[in-house]
Design a protein around this ligand. Structure first.
Ligand SMILES: Cc1cc2nc3c(=O)[nH]c(=O)nc-3n(C[C@H](O)[C@H](O)[C@H](O)COP(=O)(O)OP(=O)(O)OC[C@H]3O[C@@H](n4cnc5c(N)ncnc54)[C@H](O)[C@@H]3O)c2cc1C
Length: 358
């Protein structure tokens, strides 16, 4: 284990923002973790746990220690006729794991293909796409408490999953380093999730995509391929742009507010909040709310495809910010704050960030 000083993080964040971390350390095994805990740095410095940097915006140098878990490897720990339990270490590439599961006919994450992420980042962010959520296949999460070096295993419930968040992204952010996760996937394929569609989309539904190259009954490989095809058509490629995908969460508004917004924003879709698995427990008024697509509102304001300096909202997907990788973190942040202000002033809607901002 080597603690580096004044390390540039340009290569470690998807926007390619060139800022320095006061200290930077890569963790490759249990010994590295022990050495890091014993080094004393974690007691006196601010901590930031960094995955593959696909959901992080740095606006200034990081005054503390960046810990990057490059813990690799996966193993099948148990299986029966119906399910398989696989333990995957935090530094593994999420998309490579999805591909491997699809090849092996393990069902549960085929719709989450092509999302750039480490395992640790995906588990912390509660990634979701095309009707699937990572939280639905997580059995337990193994961690190290960076305050004292003690191991702690979180059950799915203890991860406190909500929309694009978890205990690791919210109240215990940068305290528990995820070392590995146990996923429970199905071996008997049933009920493939192909219901996803967007009302105002030029790309058709997931089912349209499937029909274009496959025949029923669809296989898990077909569904994953359809998702990848759709994503390639409408999402920015990290090879071409600096991007972290969607920058804001889709807001939840009252049905009354939705109806009034629909009068000025054509084809504004709404999703029933009561169907969302991560609705707030105990909220009796949940049926009064709907979730609406932030991208449609941003599009309506004319941001889609319009560059300002080094930054734009992507021409094919208005919720994704893209840069030419020459933007500073401040330029990106100021652009987003102006956009949020405009949405708030024009439509009285508050946009919350999905990306982590430092
Ligand atoms: C083109 C593009 C498309 C995308 N599409 C989607 C999508 O469809 N759905 C979706 O949900 N997201 C999407 N994203 C967002 C992004 O891919 C996810 O948020 C991803 O999970 C981030 O993982 P990461 O490893 O890069 O984490 P980072 O960005 O490095 O970190 C994200 C958060 O996770 C924490 N973290 C990372 N590793 C650990 C660990 N080992 N222990 C504890 N905490 C940790 C960090 O502290 C931080 O809070 C997209 C991004 C891009 C660039």
């Amino acid at each position: 284990m080597k603690i580096l000083k004044n390390k540039s993080l340009k290569e470690f964040n998807q926007y390619g923002v060139d800022i320095n971390a006061k200290y930077f350390v890569e963790i490759k095994n249990d010994n590295d973790i022990t050495d890091l805990i014993n080094s004393g740095y974690l007691k006196k410095e601010n901590i930031l746990i960094l995955g593959s940097g696909n959901n992080i915006l740095f606006t200034k140098d990081f005054n503390g220690i960046v810990v990057k878990p490059n813990l690799m490897g996966k193993k099948t720990i148990k299986e029966d006729n119906k399910f398989v339990w696989i333990e995957v270490n935090a530094g593994e590439d999420w998309d490579a794991f999805v591909k491997w599961c699809v090849e092996n006919n393990y069902q549960g994450i085929e719709n989450l293909a092509n999302i750039p992420s480490s395992i640790g980042g995906a588990v912390s962010q509660n990634i979701a796409a095309y009707g699937q959520n990572i939280m639905d296949v997580i059995e337990t999460v193994n961690t190290i408490d960076l305050r004292n070096g003690k191991k702690k295993t979180f059950s799915n419930k203890e991860c406190e999953y909500t929309y694009r968040s978890s205990i690791f992204k919210s109240k215990e952010k940068n305290r528990y380093l995820i070392t590995s996760t146990i996923f429970k996937l199905k071996k008997e394929i049933d009920n493939l999730e192909i219901s996803y569609f967007e009302r105002k989309s030029r790309y058709g539904s997931l089912e349209d995509e499937l029909k274009s190259f496959a025949k029923e009954p669809y296989s898990i490989q077909d569904v994953s391929k359809a998702v990848i095809n759709q994503r390639k058509k409408k999402l920015p490629s990290v090879k071409e742009y600096g991007t972290c995908g969607s920058v804001f969460e889709n807001p939840t508004v009252t049905k009354e507010k939705y109806l009034s917004l629909s009068k000025s924003i054509s084809e504004l879709q709404s999703y029933p909040v009561e169907k969302l698995v991560y609705k707030k427990e105990g909220d009796e008024r949940i049926e009064e709310y709907v979730k609406i697509p932030a991208g449609r509102i941003i599009d309506e304001l004319g941001y889609r495809g319009k560059w300002k300096g080094n930054v734009s909202m992507y021409e094919k997907h208005a919720l994704c910010l893209v840069t030419n990788r020459r933007a500073s973190g401040k330029e990106i942040f100021n652009f987003l704050e102006d956009l949020r202000k405009e949405v708030n002033e024009k439509y009285d809607v508050n946009l919350n960030y999905e990306i982590n901002i430092y």
